[in-house]
Write a protein that binds this ligand. Structure first.
Ligand SMILES: [Zn+2]
Length: 374
């Protein structure tokens, strides 16, 4: 009996070993970069003003914008901008700005802009993911994208097939990524975790999502998006991941500056959790690049402009861009003048995974500054 148990133990042990080996099969980056996994993480409509200056206390005076200004001052404000921005976005300022690169502080003439002329979500995500602005993509309607995204392009590479996944709080992502054509699983809006062998956490998330009142019809709370993504990543170990956090945009449209700030802060913590998970997991540790950005900016000109974006809102093409990973020099906050565009992300992402993505002549060039280590 003892021997039988021992044998059973051995078989289980071997099976476990095999699973681990399969999951962590090495990826030979075709261009020799250290990056073997890439995560594109977006904050919908988070302004560069909050990214680089922290919370704007001018808005605290308005009861319409902020319910409890004392709480906001305590949590997110300091007379020193450098302290203030770190209180709001600690992961960005403690980790990305120390080990990676952050672009878009216009105070130093460092500009990151939309190249598309619309300055709202679908055209912005299309530009991030396809690498060029397309005037045919000019609404937020649920229309399947005719353009090929970098996610779809990478999913076509033999070594990456089935290792690409996307998650979003907004229910338009299945269309933007064209899940039907691309075959990429997109868990967005109020979609549940599906498939065999759901984890306990996935089962609970599915239940909670049905019983916690939603705040908006087409955008769920980011905690659901994040934890659905975390569970999927732990289970399936995808090499290419897209996650779009959406609350910041919707709280801003609602005019809730306090919730917009809280949401920015919680998302920062979720991104930290994801980074720390990656640094504790063999497939991802030291081999994963995070590309961090937004789909558009928001206004700053008139008192109410922070709530809005789009063509009629001055400056809402102004955005920011960050990167953190093994092929990127630790330049921190980039203070040299320059002009960068959202359309440059897609080619940069493909390059870091070792591929040339060239679908359209209007595509933005690779951000060479991000690949300085090579
Ligand atoms: Zn919006």
């Amino acid at each position: 009996m003892k021997q039988l148990l021992l044998l059973a133990g051995l078989v289980v042990g071997l099976a476990a070993c095999q699973t681990t080996t399969t999951e962590n099969a090495a990826y030979a980056n075709p261009k020799g970069y250290q990056t073997e996994n890439i995560f594109i993480l977006t904050y919908d409509g988070l302004r560069w003003q909050e990214m680089f200056n922290g919370a704007d206390s001018n808005y605290f005076r308005y009861r319409d914008f902020v319910a409890d200004s004392t709480e906001m001052v305590t949590r997110f404000w300091d007379s020193d901008t450098l302290v203030s921005r770190e209180k709001l976005l600690p992961f960005f300022w403690q980790v990305v700005a120390k080990q990676g690169q952050l672009y878009g502080n216009r105070r130093f003439g460092n500009h990151v802009d939309n190249a598309n002329p619309y300055w709202f979500s679908y055209p912005g995500y299309n530009e991030i993911l396809t690498g060029y602005p397309d005037t045919a993509v000019n609404s937020n309607d649920k229309v399947y994208n005719q353009n090929i995204t970098v996610l779809e392009f990478l999913n076509r590479q033999p070594d990456l097939q089935g290792k690409v996944a996307a998650f979003g709080s907004w229910d338009v992502f299945p269309y933007i990524i064209n899940d039907q054509r691309s075959g990429i699983p997109v868990n967005a809006g109020y979609a549940k975790a599906t498939g065999d062998g759901l984890s306990d956490r996935e089962t609970l998330l599915n239940e909670l999502q049905e019983t916690v009142p939603g705040h908006w019809g087409s955008v769920r709370m980011d905690a659901f998006t994040h934890h659905f993504a975390m569970e999927y990543i732990k289970k399936n170990k995808p090499r290419v991941v897209f996650i779009s956090y959406g609350e910041t945009d919707d709280f801003a449209h609602d005019g809730d500056y306090d919730r917009y700030l809280c949401s920015a802060y919680y998302t920062d913590a979720m991104i930290r959790q994801l980074w720390e998970y990656c640094q504790s997991t063999p497939q991802y540790k030291g081999k994963t690049t995070f590309l961090l950005t937004t789909d558009h900016g928001r206004g700053d000109n008139k008192l109410e402009d922070w709530k809005h974006h789009g063509k009629s809102i001055e400056g809402s093409y102004e955005m920011w861009l960050g990167i953190l990973g093994p092929d990127t020099q630790a330049l921190g906050e980039v203070k040299t003048p320059g002009n960068y565009y959202q359309k440059q992300v897609a080619k940069t992402v493909a390059e870091l995974m070792g591929f040339d993505f060239a679908e359209n002549p209007a595509m933005g060039e690779i951000l060479k500054e991000m690949l300085a280590k090579k």
